[in-house]
Ligand binder design. Structure first.
Ligand SMILES: NC(=O)c1ccc[n+]([C@@H]2O[C@H](COP(=O)([O-])OP(=O)(O)OC[C@H]3O[C@@H](n4cnc5c(N)ncnc54)[C@H](OP(=O)(O)O)[C@@H]3O)[C@@H](O)[C@H]2O)c1
Length: 247
């Protein structure tokens, strides 16, 4: 067994247009995997054409989500070795003032979309088994102001990961989650635009800084490869010490 080897593995990454998903897509490509990445619109996946990544449009708020993409990949490659459920949406809204449409949008994209992707992947791969990596968040573990619905859904992703791991372990599926801390992507632009808030925020992180998307790549390759062959139903927390130590 070659530990950490993802060469020629077929990997599908949702929300691969930017941020963490883009870093995963480029990193798995560089490690020799055949990478499919999704975005919500043709413009956001355009760059993938010249980057050796197969871009596909899949919007979790519309229609069949990922099923069509999974079926197409299986048609071409016969198998899909790993699904990385990375697409997500965050909103900072006081809980008392959340609009219904925003509540359901956050539920649809962060939880229902990820669940349906797992479901479609399982149905397509149930005779072969497979690997799922769900991207949750530290906010699925600890509370944070203005993030009630997002945190709730990220917590749900953790519990979904454990329950699906239990349900599908007999079919040779390994299902784990990564919980990133605060990462330097467009999702955290709002924080970065307020230097005072940002300083206070960084001071609260033992590493004194946000994480870079590339710092999640090693854990993702570990979970996608045989290096984690005896691991399922677990979460890896990658957060610069935020939730693990008292400083
Ligand atoms: N950044 C952080 O601090 C942080 C911390 C913990 C966890 N996370 C989680 O990590 C994942 C990636 O975060 P990120 O910071 O890289 O986010 P990002 O830069 O905002 O990128 C979000 C990705 O999700 C896709 N997406 C948005 N709405 C979608 C929809 N309706 N259907 C399908 N895809 C959709 C986007 O595609 P388009 O470009 O086409 O819109 C984009 O590729 C998310 O699940 C997030 O919750 C992030």
């Amino acid at each position: 067994m070659e530990l950490f080897n993802v060469k020629n593995k077929i990997v599908l990454i949702t929300g691969a247009t930017r941020g963490i998903g883009k870093s995963f897509a480029e990193g798995f490509r560089d490690a020799g995997a055949i990478v499919y990445g999704t975005g919500t619109k043709p413009e956001s996946i355009e760059w993938m054409k010249s980057a050796g990544i197969e871009g596909r449009v899949a919007d979790f708020t519309k229609g069949e989500g990922l099923k069509t993409v999974i079926d197409e990949i299986r048609e071409k490659h016969v198998r899909l070795d790993c699904l990385i459920n990375n697409a997500g949406l965050a909103m900072n809204v006081p809980a008392a003032y959340f609009k219904d449409e925003d509540i359901y949008k956050l539920i649809d994209i962060n939880f229902v979309g990820a669940f349906k992707a797992c479901q479609a992947y399982y149905k397509a791969q149930k005779r072969d088994g497979g690997v799922i990596i769900n991207i949750s968040s530290v906010l699925g573990i600890v509370g944070y102001s203005l993030s009630s619905v997002y945190s709730g859904m990220k917590g749900a992703v953790i519990q979904m990961t454990k329950s699906l791991a239990a349900e599908w372990v007999g079919s040779n599926f390994r299902i784990n989650a990564i919980c990133p801390g605060f990462m330097d992507t467009e999702m955290t632009d709002m924080l970065k635009s307020k230097p005072e808030l940002m300083k206070k925020f960084n001071d609260g992180i033992p590493y004194k800084r946000m994480g870079k998307p590339i710092e999640l790549l090693g854990p993702a390759i570990f979970l996608a490869s045989d290096a984690s062959s005896y691991m399922t139903g677990q979460i890896l927390v990658i957060d610069g010490g935020l939730t693990g130590i008292i400083k």
